[in-house]
Write a protein that binds this ligand. Structure first.
Ligand code: TYD
Length: 197
């Protein structure tokens, strides 16, 4: 089973991904995007650095390059072994950040992402919902995207809502305003109802 967590910067995804992996124990593989392989972690450093100017299309292709490496070298083999793969961000991030917030266009981003993932899509996506300005205050770093400010995060949030409306079976909105344990409970209810008995 392939589970992804999505949300604006500072929505608590990473904490929740870790709690979920801990709850599932040895059957879980916890990954983050961009990252999860040596090459993808190096691409992550470049993407995060606000000091390195980067064309939006180049940015998109770097996210997709990191994802292709992760999908082929880690996610697919893990799923083939029957693991539950938990990924902190995946293609929906690219649709929301590059397709909508960066204006590269949803159709184009979808097409390129499809090539990068070879069509692999999550079975379940947990969308952590919080007020984008609250998330920005909470986010620890000041990466390329957090530096774009609150309007950018609002556009990302709107894009996510749109995806959730279109794909209600896959994408489940989770109220991210509670304590980490409260949010974890909401997530476990969704995951447990979908895990094979
Ligand atoms: P992440 O480490 O999840 O940041 P945070 O923990 O602050 O939410 O992700 C790094 C940044 O990369 C984040 O601002 C979102 C952005 N991003 C994209 O723009 N497109 C993508 O495809 C992905 C995976 C992330």
């Amino acid at each position: 089973m392939f589970i992804t967590l999505e949300g604006v910067d500072g929505s608590g995804k990473s904490t929740q991904a870790a709690l979920l992996a801990e709850a599932l124990g040895a059957s879980a593989v916890l990954l983050r995007e961009p990252g999860g392989t040596e090459a993808a972690e190096r691409i992550r450093l470049l993407l995060a650095d606000p000091e390195t100017p980067l064309d939006p299309l180049a940015e998109l292709l770097l996210f997709c390059a990191a994802r292709a490496d992760l999908v082929n070298r880690v996610i697919k083999p893990s799923l083939a072994q029957g693991k539950v793969v938990i990924c902190d961000r995946f293609t929906d991030s690219t649709i929301a950040y590059q397709g909508v917030a960066r204006n590269l266009g949803i159709v184009r981003v979808r097409e390129i992402s499809e090539v990068a993932t070879d069509g692999l899509a999550p079975d379940l996506t947990l969308l952590l919902e919080i007020d984008p300005s609250f998330g920005l205050d909470r986010a620890e770093s000041d990466d390329r995207f957090e530096a774009e400010g609150v309007r950018f995060q609002e556009r990302v949030a709107e894009a996510y809502e749109d995806i959730a409306r279109r794909e209600p079976r896959r994408v489940i909105p989770i109220d991210g305003r509670g304590s980490p344990q409260e949010v974890h409970r909401l997530i476990m209810d969704e995951v447990e109802s979908r895990l094979p008995a």
